[in-house]
Ligand binder design. Structure first.
Ligand SMILES: NC(=O)c1ccc[n+]([C@@H]2O[C@H](COP(=O)([O-])OP(=O)(O)OC[C@H]3O[C@@H](n4cnc5c(N)ncnc54)[C@H](OP(=O)(O)O)[C@@H]3O)[C@@H](O)[C@H]2O)c1
Length: 328
């Protein structure tokens, strides 16, 4: 068997340790198996999920150590395994890697063919790399979980943590058809940014009004896309319309109890804990929107792979504005 080339990668050997536990190593370029493509990675984005895997709180992840973290990647197909029919070497793509195996902070990574989406030349690797988890979560939270049609009928929507990766896509998507009224929460420094995404009203979460999630114009929310943490149900309940729903993207154990209670009591106002699994057809649709200039990835910061620990530390801080990108 031919010997595989080596690639640079960033990995960790055990749970915990944060950015300082990341190690720069040289490891063999992986070989694509049946239904897999080998990608040369041009850009990856980080998600809070990546840091949560390292913290050890996600059951059964990673599959084994050492682990090369990160799942959201954009690059070029270098090789294809058997049974791959839709891609060939040279294709520019974006993909979501399996969280079990990771691989995003490597120079090359393996992706299942069904998790790979073509990337047109108008969409840069960095813009595309932001989309898989954050963009698809925003899209599916609005459309599947909340049942919102992006082109109407009109709903009053609240997006919490609208300056973050998920939130900044959610605001743009909710305003895509220009039908819905969007209130958004963020910190003081991001108010202008969130307005520029199209939000009709912006509430500073560091103020008493923000803590109370009050709409400046007194609107009650039909749907909340909840991307922040630590907001009690009583605060949501006070601000929901009669049949208002909170799509809770950051559910804690209490959220599941409240959800069960709402089901048992046929409550009209509901908290719905929600874990999104990225879908490649949704990713393809978002790539199309970026190509048409209808959706933008805001880049918080770009880091070279040789400084991936800086990107990791920024992700762990919880203060990204848009997406953190690691380029090769
Ligand atoms: N359920 C799912 O399937 C799913 C999928 C993807 C993500 N998530 C979760 O969704 C959450 C958001 O993800 P993300 O990628 O958007 O995170 P992120 O990019 O790290 O979000 C950071 C942003 O959130 C803002 N923020 C923090 N606390 C806030 C608060 N109380 N009110 C308003 N803004 C606040 C920060 O603003 P400042 O810097 O001003 O504080 C920062 O701009 C994470 O907890 C993530 O794990 C869940």
């Amino acid at each position: 068997m031919a010997e595989r080339r080596l690639m640079h990668a960033v990995q960790y050997d055990s749970y915990g340790g944060g950015a300082v536990a990341l190690k720069h190593v040289e490891v063999p370029v992986p070989t694509p198996g049946k239904g897999e493509v080998l990608l040369k990675i041009e850009a990856r984005s980080l998600n809070p999920f990546d840091c949560r895997i390292q913290s050890g709180i996600i059951p059964f992840l990673p599959q084994k150590f050492p682990y090369i973290p990160a799942t959201d990647v954009a690059g070029e197909v270098m090789e294809v395994g058997s049974d791959v029919t839709n891609f060939k070497p040279g294709n520019k793509v974006v993909a979501v890697l399996s969280a079990r195996n990771g691989g995003g902070l490597g120079g090359y990574a393996l992706a299942k063919e069904n998790s790979v989406v073509a990337r047109p030349p108008e969409v840069s690797a960095a813009e595309a790399a932001g989309l898989p988890i954050a963009g698809v979560t925003a899209y599916l939270a609005l459309t599947e979980a909340a049942g919102i049609k992006l082109d109407g009928p009109k709903k009053n929507i609240l997006v919490t943590a609208a300056s973050g990766g998920v939130g900044h896509y959610a605001v743009q998507l909710a305003k895509l058809g220009n039908q819905h009224h969007v209130t958004a929460t963020c910190g003081t420094r991001n108010i202008d940014f969130v307005k520029s995404l199209g939000a009709d009203e912006v509430v500073d979460y560091t103020t008493p009004e923000g803590t109370g999630l009050k709409s400046p114009s007194g609107l009650k929310y039909d749907v909340v896309i909840h991307c922040a943490r630590g907001i009690p149900w009583s605060t949501f309940k006070a601000n929901l319309s009669k049949n208002g729903k909170v799509i809770d993207l950051t559910p804690n154990p209490k959220a599941f109890c409240i959800f069960a209670w709402h089901k048992l009591t046929f409550s009209k106002k509901q908290l719905l804990p929600c874990i999104i699994t990225p879908k490649s057809e949704s990713l393809a649709w978002l790539v199309g929107l970026v190509k048409e200039g209808k959706l933008k990835t805001t880049i918080d910061s770009t880091h070279p792979l040789s400084k991936a620990e800086d990107a990791w530390a920024k992700m762990m801080s919880g203060h990204a504005t848009g997406k953190i990108i690691v380029e090769t």
